[in-house]
Design a protein around this ligand. Structure first.
Ligand code: C2E
Ligand code: CA
Ligand code: CA
Length: 645
């Protein structure tokens, strides 16, 4: 019997008798309780089932979400990988990744191309050692493979970043950097820096070299001199040469900057060709060059270099269709002799160069302590000269030209004089070079031409007037015009005017000079070649232009009585003159003995202290009267009348 039935029977039994009603009631209640319990259980069961359902549903959602997330991450990774690959293959650098054992994980195409490697060898899985060995075989690695590999691995192990630049056989520069990674591997990048290096070098070059001549510039020159002076401290002797191109300004002004530039370039090249391999040639700017001559053992070392420089520089050159010759004034300072301080030496070389200029240019001077004062005086002279032109402090003295046989005056040479308020009369040799350098000669020469023509117009018609024309002035394209104007203003007939030029006019620029000479000739003016024999190749100039006169330089006349060489040169010139219908004038005749020899040699004219020095206009007028060239009776009237009239 069921335990509950037994309990209920027990509860309904009293005195051994079962109270049926109570029992039924009890059973009824028991059923009710049971029903209630079951319903309760059912309810909680249902609740539990719901709950489980809900949990399941949540789980499913979660799983779905995670799956989606995973898929998305996978897609991300895939695109990331694609990007990574694209980046790798488009990198300008070569890239290679190794793991901690040195095995290649990845390398890009650029790396293979850079060294021309085979993708069969250089591929993931390849060892670092095999890779370098492959590079050695294909020529892009030169060192010892074992040594290199262990050095890199050692550094990677020490977590050291390394950076090296390698020059390939083809002349490329590759910058290699190795960066250790956290996992013990390393990434190495290879960058071709050839172009960058060239640009850097070019910029550096531009800062130190002159663009036009490609010679070291002033800054670089100073650096070189500093180093040379360190050697001087250790007992070496050096020479510093300051080289200034004579009359460069007028080349620039008359022939243009293109020709000027070309001239400077050629001069630069020529200078480079003159010096030793340890010497330095620089362009300091404009027409100024400088040389540092190293290891000067004897004074002749410097003089030989100077000789070479002059030989090279003076050789005619072709510039933009013009045949030019150039010359230079050179100043020399020696270290330690003239100083050991850089600035002092440069100043001394500069002073010496000014000294050379003051001595008529086309020459060199070694520094002397007295030069400082002299240059100061020269600069002062320049200032004075400008003032004198404005104030009209110049006058012209006239030196007669004498017919050697008849001893009659044939003409006079106009020679400039400067009456300085403090220094008295200044010789042209002192101020003409300064006037030429500053361009003032153009004004001064024009004034002299006008004044001389005006003066000569008052002389008898058979007396000619000779006027000196500087090469600087000659290259001015308006020269013929100015001459025509001077003739017109004075009323002097053209055939009485004789222009004296030196061969410097011709050697500078043949074509333009010849054209101007012909222009002057068409005006009817006579052309004389002055100072003949002092230049380089005088005879050839006689062939270029039919001069009316050759003036044989004083240096030949001086020795004519003593030196066979001088007299034979004079004889040769006289011969050429006679053959070409040119007058030959002997300059600087001081003695009767010289006059006699010149007469015998067949010279036509003479000029010199034997007859008269250059004298003021008033005195020359008197001399013309005294010598019978002008009648004293009617001097004023006779002045403009021909002698024969
Ligand atoms: P140059 O044209 O050769 O002139 C002749 C020079 O020799 C003159 O010097 C004259 O005084 C000098 N002389 C003449 N006879 C004798 C002599 O017997 N013995 C000596 N020892 N000397 C004599 P100066 O007047 O001092 O002129 C020097 C130079 O200056 C001239 O040389 C000429 O090149 C230049 N010069 C003078 N005036 C002018 C000018 O107006 N324009 C230009 N461009 N140059 C000028
Ligand atoms: Ca002269
Ligand atoms: Ca002369």
């Amino acid at each position: 019997m069921h335990r509950l039935v037994r309990q209920q029977i027990a509860k309904a039994t009293a005195d051994g008798r079962v109270d049926i009603d109570l029992f039924v009631d009890l059973v009824g209640r028991a059923y009710d309780d049971f029903d209630r319990d079951r319903r309760r259980t059912d309810r909680s069961m249902a609740l539990m089932i719901d709950e489980i359902d809900m949990v399941n549903r949540n789980l499913e959602g979660l799983v779905g979400e995670r799956t989606r997330e995973l898929r998305a991450r996978e897609a991300d990774l895939r695109t990331q990988n694609l990007h990574f690959e694209a980046a790798l293959s488009n990198m300008t650098q070569g890239l290679i990744l190794h793991d901690s054992s040195g095995t290649m994980i990845v390398c890009n195409q650029r790396y293979l191309e850079m060294y021309g490697l085979s993708s069969d060898v250089a591929k993931p899985g390849c060892s670092f050692h095999d890779l370098i060995a492959h590079r050695k075989d294909t020529g892009s690695f030169k060192g010892d493979v074992d040594e290199h590999c262990s050095a890199i691995l050692r550094k990677v192990a020490r977590r050291e970043i390394t950076q090296t630049v390698l020059e390939t056989a083809a002349g490329q520069f590759i910058q290699i950097s190795n960066k250790p990674l956290a996992d013990g591997g390393w990434v190495s990048t290879h960058e071709d820096i050839t172009e960058r290096r060239r640009t850097d070098e070019r910029i550096l070059h531009l800062a130190h070299y002159d663009l036009l001549t490609d010679l070291p510039n002033r800054a670089h020159f100073r650096g070189e001199l500093e180093r040379a002076l360190e050697r001087v401290q250790r007992g070496e002797r050096i020479a510093i040469l300051y080289i200034d191109i004579d009359e460069f300004k007028s080349v620039n002004d008359t022939l243009g900057h293109a020709v000027g530039d070309e001239l400077l370039k050629v001069v630069g090249d020529r200078l480079r060709g003159c010096v030793g391999k340890n010497d330095v040639v620089a362009r300091l700017g404009g027409d100024e060059f400088a040389v540092i001559q190293s290891d000067v053992r004897a004074p002749t070392d410097v003089s030989e270099l100077l000789k070479r420089i002059y030989e090279r520089i003076r050789a005619p050159l072709e510039c933009g269709g013009h045949l030019l010759t150039t010359d230079a004034s050179i100043g020399v300072a020696l270290a330690p002799d003239d100083g050991t301080d850089l600035n002092e030496l440069l100043k001394n070389a500069d002073l010496a160069m000014y000294g050379a200029k003051a001595d008529g240019r086309r020459t060199y001077r070694f520094f002397e302590p007295s030069m400082d004062a002299r240059v100061k005086a020269l600069r002062a002279l320049e200032v004075d000269l400008r003032k004198a032109i404005v104030e009209g402090a110049f006058e012209i003295h006239y030196q007669p030209l004498i017919d050697l046989r008849s001893r009659a005056i044939t003409g006079c040479e106009a020679l400039l004089r400067w009456r300085h308020p403090e220094h008295g009369m200044i010789e042209p040799a002192r101020f003409i070079p300064v006037a030429e350098d500053t361009g003032l000669i153009n004004q001064l020469g024009e004034w002299a031409l006008d004044a001389a023509c005006a003066e000569a117009a008052s002389w008898p018609d058979h007396i000619k007037i000779a006027v000196n024309v500087s090469p600087v002035q000659f290259r001015n394209q308006t020269l013929a015009l100015k001459v025509a104007a001077a003739l017109a203003a004075s009323g002097l007939s053209a055939n009485r005017l004789e222009l004296e030029i030196t061969e410097a006019v011709l050697i500078r620029d043949d074509e333009a000079a010849l054209a101007t000479l012909h222009e002057l000739r068409r005006l009817g003016v006579r052309i004389a070649l002055d100072d003949f024999g002092t230049g380089y190749s005088s005879l050839s100039y006689l062939q270029r232009f039919p001069f009316d006169k050759i003036k044989i330089d004083r240096s030949f006349i001086e020795n004519i009585a003593a030196s066979e060489a001088s007299s034979s040169i004079v004889r040769a010139v006289v011969g050429i003159g006679a053959a070409r219908n040119m007058t030959t004038t002997a300059e600087g005749v001081e003695t009767e003995a010289q006059r006699e020899i010149l007469c015998k040699l067949g010279c036509t004219e003479m000029q010199g202290y034997l007859f008269s020095p250059a004298i003021p206009a008033a005195e020359i007028a008197r001399l013309l009267i005294d010598s019978g060239e002008i009648s004293t009776a009617t001097p004023a009237k006779r002045r403009r009348t021909p002698r024969t009239a």
